[in-house]
Design a protein around this ligand. Sequence first.
Ligand SMILES: NC(=O)c1ccc[n+]([C@@H]2O[C@H](COP(=O)([O-])OP(=O)(O)OC[C@H]3O[C@@H](n4cnc5c(N)ncnc54)[C@H](O)[C@@H]3O)[C@@H](O)[C@H]2O)c1
Length: 370
Amino acid sequence: MIVGVPREIKTAEHRVALVPAGAHSLVGDGHTVLVEPGAGVGSGFSDDSYRAAGATLATAAEEVWAKAEMILKVKEPTEPEWPRMRRGQVVFTYFHFAASEALTKAVIKAKIVAIAYETVQLLSGELPLLTPMSEVAGRMAVQEGAKYLEKVYGGSGVLLGGVPGVLPAEVLIIGGGVVGANAAKMAAGLGAHVTLLDLSLDRLRYLADVLPANVDVLYSNRHNLLEQLRKADVVIGAVLLPGAKAPKLVRRDDLNLMKPGSVIVDVAVDQGGIIETSRPTTHEHPTYLVDGIIHYAVANMPGGVPRTSTLALTNATFPYAKRLARSGWQRACKEDPALFLGLNVIEGQVVYPAVAETFGLPSADPQTLV
Ligand SMILES: NC(=O)c1ccc[n+]([C@@H]2O[C@H](COP(=O)([O-])OP(=O)(O)OC[C@H]3O[C@@H](n4cnc5c(N)ncnc54)[C@H](O)[C@@H]3O)[C@@H](O)[C@H]2O)c1
């Protein structure tokens, strides 16, 4: 099979969907890997490193899209890429269709086979191609919180870990899923005192078992939240309600309880945020101030560390890509129920019910199409 890897052209996107190690493996399986020049540069992978792995460098993006039977990407195809999509071509990437009717219609019209990273789902309910990005965001949230506590950034001037004789910072994490657990691990490792709130008692029990002694886990309710907000130097928003907007757990008036110069990192901002005063920001302008509290609300945090994010993402996506290349999409999806759930649009027919419902489109049964 010819597997194509175009350079990501969405603004500020530096990740790439296949690293040289993946190209090496696919070429070893007998496939041709066609890479757009510069595709890996943002993540620290030169064209030469792909060449050395056995990949073929294309002349330009058009050649990749024109020749590849399967396209591996990171972000959804952007408008300039829509005319390049070809009937029957498999495109394996994050699509987030519900966020864009125009993209959904373009994909239907192009009659590609759209397999979305975000809906690949294990029997346990885990979304294995979203997990690595939550791990990155959770860990990064602590770095950012610590940075913006520094005086030069307008913070209160508190060092996260304190020093002997001086108490460490208080980090409050709201939501103890993948983001929250990773944030807790990092903050605790830096010596902060961490309080983590979650609604699931099972999850709290698990986290209490595996996290270090400087992390306290607490049941999430309004009373406990307000009590913790008064003490917090850094607040990390990490709640997810699957398929819904994030609940506004911290209201504007609640900011008055917080110490001036404290930092809120609302990781959940990509789902609307759990802080009433959150609005999405960018890596170029990551923070703003409300009532003396620094808000960091970058909607694509992993984009800030593309080298790590690319490796983390491709570690998770590559085994699926390899199977798609080896068996073809129909057999690969039939054999793997997790990958089957990644099917969103098949040659013009929407097969993922939530996408169809969002835009009032008819939904076909994917079983009949594979
Ligand atoms: N900004 C970014 O770049 C970025 C990157 C990755 C993930 N995210 C977002 O981070 C958020 C968290 O993702 P995740 O992977 O950790 O999700 P997850 O499903 O693993 O965890 C969510 C947790 O929230 C808990 N929860 C639900 N309601 C709660 C409440 N009222 N109080 C406290 N806890 C509550 C759940 O019990 C669960 O443990 C999501 O919105 C996700 O989209 C953002």
